[in-house]
Design a protein around this ligand. Structure first.
Ligand SMILES: C[C@@](CO)(OP(=O)(O)O)[C@H](O)COP(=O)(O)OP(=O)(O)OC[C@H]1O[C@@H](n2ccc(N)nc2=O)[C@H](O)[C@@H]1O
Ligand SMILES: Nc1ncnc2c1ncn2[C@@H]1O[C@H](COP(=O)(O)OP(=O)(O)O)[C@@H](O)[C@H]1O
Length: 286
């Protein structure tokens, strides 16, 4: 049996870090939404009891370090499944980019295997299993647009923001999420207006959404990598309606509802950056 699953990336419209917890993680408050930049995952059932992973990009691990592998292993262990699976990942989402590429692959494998092995697990059960893999996996299991709190696993869903273009630039480096969390000075943060962003989404007020984009991790990543700050400034100069870094970075994105402005930005940025994407916002659940 073969199953194909789409694994969309996420962006953070707001990202706030509230406190450091005793377990080493941080309590966050962030608004996430899915975009139409996605990995494609093909699952093929195997009679032998093993998990095989193959990825189109050489530098992504194909062993038990791959989050997609971990998702299949967790489901097998939890439910005592003796069947195997071969997982092929057509990687389109940049890696270590702040776009949850690994988390969304894991989430897609959970959804796909639930179907392939007729497990009848609810989306909430899949999300709870996914949290053992990473903090962003529960959101990726659901998709859509949500306020995420706790480690990122408590989700309150919002309507999809109004349709718009998302222009993304991935600078030629990866960022370690752990490093960024460790460097945050919580008492010195300029917190985003999260209620303002929620209202803007509920009112479908695109200019207000653009004005409320904010990410407290920007300062840390910009200090580590000043070129990411320069790229953000360039994107603002090119005339996007709103621009912010996603997650721990280094990807920076701009939003606009104007198609010709989106492609003007894309073409301008393509002149000096290799990884530039223009996609639609998805914003509704998987
Ligand atoms: C910053 C965010 C924002 O969406 O995204 P990315 O930049 O990774 O895309 C997430 O919080 C990233 O979630 P995720 O990438 O799943 O993180 P995890 O694998 O769970 O954790 C990696 C490391 O980040 C730190 N961490 C993560 C989540 C959290 N709420 N508090 C933390 O302190 C911990 O040090 C942990 O060891
Ligand atoms: N399926 C996967 N896709 C991408 N990266 C993966 C995957 N599985 C494990 N990884 C590892 O996870 C780390 C973070 O990658 P990624 O999820 O793309 O970052 P981010 O959370 O910043 O978007 C990388 O070191 C990468 O090698």
């Amino acid at each position: 049996m073969q199953i194909n699953v789409k694994a969309p990336a996420k962006i953070n419209l707001t990202l706030d870090v509230l406190r450091k917890r005793k377990d080493g993680y941080h309590d966050v408050e962030m608004i996430m939404t899915t975009i139409d930049l996605a990995d494609r995952i093909q699952l093929n059932s195997l009679e032998e009891d093993r998990i095989i992973v193959d990825v189109t990009k050489g530098y992504v691990p194909c062993n038990d370090k791959n989050l997609a592998y971990q998702a299949a292993k967790l489901l097998k262990d939890r439910l005592g499944i003796k069947k195997g699976v071969s997982i092929f990942i057509d990687k389109q989402i940049p890696v270590s980019a702040g776009l949850a590429g690994g988390s969304t692959d894991a989430a897609a494998v959970l959804r796909g295997l639930n179907q392939m092995w007729n497990l009848h697990l609810s989306v909430e059960e899949l999300a709870e299993i996914g949290l053992q893999i990473g903090s962003d996996v529960p959101f990726c299991v659901h998709g859509g647009t949500a306020i995420a709190t706790g480690r990122g696993e408590n989700l309150e869903f919002l309507p999809a923001p109004p349709p718009c273009w998302v222009i993304l630039v991935k600078p030629p480096r990866g960022v370690s999420t752990k490093d960024v969390y460790e460097r945050i000075k919580i008492d010195k943060l300029n917190h985003p207006d999260t209620p303002g962003m929620i209202r803007a989404i509920q009112d479908q007020n695109f200019p207000a959404i653009c004005n409320s984009l904010q990410n407290v991790m920007e300062d840390v990543t910009f200090q580590l990598y000043p070129d990411v700050h320069m790229i953000k400034n360039r994107m603002i100069q090119f005339g996007a309606d709103g621009t912010v870094m996603s997650g721990s970075g280094p990807t920076v994105f701009s939003l606009t509802q104007n198609e010709s402005r989106a492609y003007r930005l894309y073409n301008g940025l393509k002149g000096f950056m290799e990884q530039v994407y223009v996609v639609r916002l998805l914003g509704s659940e998987n």
